[in-house]
Design a protein around this ligand. Structure first.
Ligand code: HEM
Length: 446
């Protein structure tokens, strides 16, 4: 078996894990190597660090390494019978429906929606000059753009009478923290808030589905794909599952993207040479080549902004641990990871190894330029996971972040402070709040 760290019965190294999980994982890697087990409140969690060890995690079949068993704690948010809370075959089919909804045609359409929502958001909420908590505003903007891309205008109408979706999603997220992983139903105020928020979001989405069933208007968004998808046996998703999938999908893409947008701003403005390159891309691509229109082809050409976002995600992957439960013993080198262990990879630790990425703690977007391509080794770049459960929203996430920055950088001059410390208290890790940024409307068009 892999070497065990923290052998105190039951508690093990839980305290160290709860206060600074990444330090514990990195220190253990430095001390004992690329596979080791942490003893945490009765759970045995085996970490696999570095591309070779990570490949075992990502190549394992679901029968050996089960995501369902590891991620059941999201059920209070996603709902019963949705993805990880359904039988394996049903889970695959639901994930297939989701992927069918995120086609290239959908992505192309999404760019127009995102830029329109972003323009409107900054006009209405920011105005000419002021100071904002960028993390909060990126959260609000991301939920607006993502929900409109997934559900069309219906969401704007439904939200007209309802409370703020971003606040409700915030409560959902606060209810999924490291404690909820071990004890998802403790009588804690944050869990009660999570359950209330879930009920409200479900009611909003359910009203959209019901109204849509009465309407004859043609739609082709993700919600429509889910409403018309059929399982292999010909049956369709019931409304409760559609609601759950929409909640889960928005949840998966919400904080991951808004956090990354926020870090992207900090890294660009703290590295002026890269900011200048991005401004040049905006000028030559969006303005000169496409006459001021932000479109899919133009965004694809913004390779420097792309490598910046990619590098930001290498340094600050929002999902710091990915997990599976070992169902059948798994072999790695001369070790056997026994059934019953949890097995984890850490994008945060695994992507900061100098043996994989040169000077791994430095911000260096050029490491992804074609001539260096440091991320080509399989399972070295794992911000979006990999293998059969790799993120289906990667392209959508990039489009959203690149579109928002393309709008923002054309409208405002911004004043950022130094790069903040990361906050690892939530399951989705971002910069420590607040992230105050000053803005002034640009006097002249670019
Ligand atoms: C910067 C943005 C994003 C990051 C960093 C990110 C990261 C990840 C990672 C690491 C996984 C793998 C989890 C695992 O293997 O345990 C994943 C899975 C997933 N992501 Fe994303 N994600 C992002 C955006 C999105 C968006 C925008 C969507 C939807 C529109 C999305 C939907 C999903 C779904 C449905 C899965 C589960 C796939 C499966 O289990 O087969 N993600 N994401």
């Amino acid at each position: 078996t892999p070497p065990m760290i923290g052998a105190i019965p039951f508690i093990g190294c839980f305290h160290k894990f709860a206060t600074n999980p990444l330090k514990l994982v990195r220190d253990s890697y430095d001390k004992v190597g690329d596979a080791f087990t942490l003893y945490l409140m009765g759970f045995k969690m085996t970490f696999l660090i570095g591309p070779e060890a990570q490949s075992v995690f990502f190549r394992g079949s679901d029968e050996e390494l089960s995501p369902k068993e590891a991620y059941r704690f999201v059920t209070p948010v996603f709902g019963p019978g949705v993805v990880y809370d359904s039988p394996t075959e049903v889970m695959y089919e639901q994930l297939r429906f989701v992927k069918n909804g995120l086609t290239l045609a959908q992505l192309k359409k999404a760019v127009g929606i995102i830029s329109e929502e972003a323009e409107q958001f900054f006009e209405e909420k920011w105005g000419d000059a002021g100071e904002v908590d960028l993390l909060t505003d990126m959260n609000k903007l991301t939920i607006l753009t993502a929900s409109r891309c997934l559900m069309g205008q219906d969401i704007n109408k439904a939200l007209g009478q309802a409370s703020n979706l971003a606040d409700l999603y915030h409560d959902l997220e606060e209810g999924l923290n490291p404690i909820s992983f071990f004890f998802p139903n403790l009588p804690l105020p944050s869990f009660a808030k999570r359950d209330r928020a879930r009920a409200q979001v479900a009611a909003i989405f359910d009203s959209i589905i019901k109204a849509r069933r009465q309407s004859t208007e043609e739609r082709d968004d993700v919600l429509q794909v889910l409403m018309t998808s059929k399982y292999k046996d010909g049956s369709v998703l019931d409304d409760e599952k559609i609601v759950g999938l929409m909640i889960g999908l928005l949840f998966a893409g919400q904080h991951t993207s808004s956090i990354t947008s926020t870090w992207t701003g900090y890294y660009m403005f703290n590295n002026p040479e890269y900011l200048a390159e991005v401004m040049n891309e905006i000028k030559t691509i969006h303005i000169d080549e496409f006459n001021g229109e932000i479109n899919f082809d133009g965004l694809r050409k913004m390779t420097r902004l792309e490598t910046i976002v990619r590098e930001v995600l290498r340094l600050h992957p929002p999902l710091i641990f990915l997990m599976r439960k070992v169902m059948e013993p798994v072999q790695y080198k001369d070790m056997t990871i026994p059934a019953g262990h949890l097995v984890a990879v850490s994008p945060s630790v695994g992507m900061r190894l100098d043996t994989v990425f040169k000077n791994a703690n430095e911000f260096d977007p050029k490491r992804f330029d074609a001539e260096r391509a440091e991320d080509k080794q399989p399972f070295s770049y794992i911000a979006f996971g990999g293998g059969k459960h790799g993120c289906p929203g990667e392209n959508f996430g990039f489009l959203q972040i690149k579109t928002i920055w393309s709008v923002l950088l054309q409208k405002y001059d911004l004043d950022f402070g130094p790069i903040p410390q990361p906050d690892y208290t939530n399951l989705v890790a971002g910069p420590k709040a607040p992230c105050m940024v000053k803005f002034t409307r640009k006097q002249k068009k670019l």
